[in-house]
Design a protein around this ligand. Sequence first.
Ligand SMILES: *Cc1c(COP(=O)(O)O)cnc(C)c1O
Length: 405
Amino acid sequence: MQTANDSPGLPDERGHFGPYGGRFVPETLMRPLLELEDAFRDARRDPSFQAELDGLLRNYSGRPTPLTRACRLEQHLGRCRIYLKREDMNHTGAHKINNALGQILLARRMGKRRVIAETGAGQHGVATATVAALFGMECEIYMGTEDMRRQALNVFRMRLLGAKVVPVDAGSRTLKDAINEAMRDWVTNVHNTHYLLGSALGAHPYPWMVREFQSVIGRETRGQVLDRESRLPDLLLACVGGGSNAIGLFHPFLADRAVRMIGVEAGGRGSALGEHAARFSGGRIGVLQGTLSYILQHEDGQIAGTHSVSAGLDYAAVGPEHSFLHDRRRVEYTSVTDDQALAAFRLLSRLEGIIPALESAHAVAQLVEMAPSLEPRALIIVNLSGRGDKDVNQVSEILGDTPGA
Ligand SMILES: *Cc1c(COP(=O)(O)O)cnc(C)c1O
């Protein structure tokens, strides 16, 4: 792994990405966060830790994931050369397992016997329950009751994997509320419990640590594209919820000034506050759940409601490193609407035989949107963060019986 200082984008030793990030937490959480930071610094210097993680990524999750040329999508859009980085091919169907495997190894190394996590759509809850089963650890997943209702199948999966799903009946009964409850549990049970946070969010060291675990995506992609095309890509595209799949792809390319990068947020139903989750077009700087970043909030600082057809992108804050990269203009951030994402969901299914997660469909939709303006023969890589099996019920309710029409 790279050290913090030999790559652009820091963070410094207090977890700042420029002005963003940091550790805005109650006193009781300071010690566990410092302990975790020490353990991670120690682990990343330990070759046996990296070797064990590499082995699990390969033999359990199925890495390296393929880099697939999307020929029919190329013909459809004209001009450019398109590759898909297939994180959907991972065990449990998305990139989340990369981080979950890294953190469960860390938890065991710290002598913890119990893991907790938050989940919105349930994908991170399933990844956490999976690695907890693999390591024989006790596992509790906090989930808003509204999300439990919408994602009943993932609740069943987590229980099947041996996890306890704890309903959270506070606030909007969604992800933000589940994170609050998980933090409360952590404070009380930190002696035997690791909090396995699911994205590049929260207080230091999480945004940095999760980025390091997800950077396997970009490192692999770099090798694969050099191998196939003998050159670096012109453009990288990834969807941005908390920002972990995007930073995982982007980070190993940040020093390559010629590689353009675009993070795609959820434009939802429109630009009014509450109708989307596009933090970089409607958000302002503030603190949420331990970190300083762009946040969707009302004038008085009250956290705004959000909406996206895709649950994994539906959160009021974005990871602090993205805020830094946004202000530095190293990465561009755009958004596409629910309808554009749904159209891309169908398009990729029909043209490539790959049903993408609704989150990932946002990145595909951005490519569709900008294809006419791209240089001929531009080399483009889209991060397919996950597969769409989890979304077919929801999409069938929206599209009815004629999804091909
Ligand atoms: C959770 C999830 C996301 C959003 O999370 P990031 O941390 O922004 O990557 C995107 N795609 C899929 C498939 C997910 O499960």
